[in-house]
Design a protein around this ligand. Structure first.
Ligand SMILES: NC(=O)c1ccc[n+]([C@@H]2O[C@H](COP(=O)([O-])OP(=O)(O)OC[C@H]3O[C@@H](n4cnc5c(N)ncnc54)[C@H](OP(=O)(O)O)[C@@H]3O)[C@@H](O)[C@H]2O)c1
Length: 289
């Protein structure tokens, strides 16, 4: 059984990988905050000693690096923190661990003028988050030949305590009868954490390296995504108002026509991306399980 160390295991995707991978792999979940409830080991990727300690104590075969500062506006406000976590953290891992690394990256490495993007599209990040993730990609490509970069976009899950989940925010707001403004000019293919877990699992089995795009099937605006959630969760969709990105005055600029083309990955993995309705229906039907 392969031994896989996961960084950022307390995050949205980390929790899902920990649950789904535990029967298949020997999982070493780590996070930067001690949390007796989640039972993760300590590893702050900005602290090389903590990486060295956990790597030498556990000798993993693979590291999946999910640890990142994912709050895009905070990254813009504090580029020092963003570079330290998103670029410096990976640099530390590469210097200490010589086995394969699976690095999660983002469609924010593109400028969002002409999505959906494939693996050969020209990168041109327009915010600090995107730049930090791109620098990490470039470093990994140069310094770790057996590693894999998986770019994804708009990850969602229904873990109630996850602040990064758009699904969670929409459902909670509508359940509380709150009106929400959702942008109708940002396009991506929203990706259920469980769907990308299947792609990561296959990539591990095939020992893939290089660069791969993976997201779910439906290309839609964030507004249409919110409407879809309301329909499937039987909530009031008239509480959702369309708004333009420019009206939000967010600190970090957002790529508008983002999203990923998965043709290459589909043929390599021999896998079809999930449809959003199927994913949301599954979550809705199993939400109290
Ligand atoms: N969410 C998306 O839509 C999306 C889209 C494309 C790509 N990605 C990438 O996919 C990966 C997983 O995303 P996610 O949605 O699971 O994000 P998330 O919920 O924000 O999880 C990221 C985790 O990294 C941890 N972390 C931050 N700095 C760290 C450090 N120095 N050392 C160790 N852990 C640290 C965070 O811990 P704290 O919460 O304690 O800070 C958090 O648990 C990230 O690499 C992200 O860039 C995400």
């Amino acid at each position: 059984m392969k031994k896989i160390l996961i960084t950022g295991a307390s995050g949205q995707l980390g929790k899902v990988l920990k649950t789904l991978f535990t029967p298949k792999y020997d999982i070493i979940p780590t996070s930067k905050n001690y949390d007796t409830h989640q039972k993760n080991y300590f590893c702050d990727i900005t602290n090389p000693i903590s990486i060295r300690d956990i790597v030498s104590a556990t000798s993993p075969d693979i590291i999946i690096n999910l640890a990142a500062l994912t709050n895009v506006d905070l990254c813009e406000k504090r580029p020092d923190l963003a570079f330290s976590a998103n670029f410096g953290g990976l640099q530390n891992i590469v210097e200490i661990f010589k086995g394969p690394i699976i690095q999660l990256s983002t469609d924010y490495v593109f400028d969002g003028k002409v999505g959906q993007y494939n693996e050969n599209s020209i990168v041109n990040p327009i915010n600090v988050y995107g730049r930090t993730k791109l620098e990490a990609e470039n470093f990994l490509t140069k310094n770790s030949k057996n590693s894999l970069i998986i770019r994804t976009n708009v990850l969602y899950d229904y873990a109630s305590e996850s602040p990064a989940s758009f699904l969670n925010w929409v459902v909670k707001s509508l359940q509380e009868d709150k009106k929400i403004n959702v942008v109708d000019d940002q396009w991506n293919n929203p990706t259920w954490a469980n769907s990308i877990a299947v792609a990561i699992d296959k990539a591990i089995k095939l020992e893939l390296n290089g660069l791969m795009h993976w997201g779910d099937n439906d290309y839609m605006s964030r507004f249409d995504f919110a409407i879809k959630i309301a329909e499937i969760f039987q909530l009031k969709k008239n509480l959702i108002k369309p708004i333009k990105t420019a009206e939000l005055n967010q600190i970090a600029p957002r790529p508008l026509k983002g999203g990923l083309n998965m043709d290459r990955a589909k043929s390599i993995l021999n896998l079809e991306p999930s449809n959003i309705s199927d994913c949301l229906k599954y979550i809705w039907e199993n939400k109290n399980a």
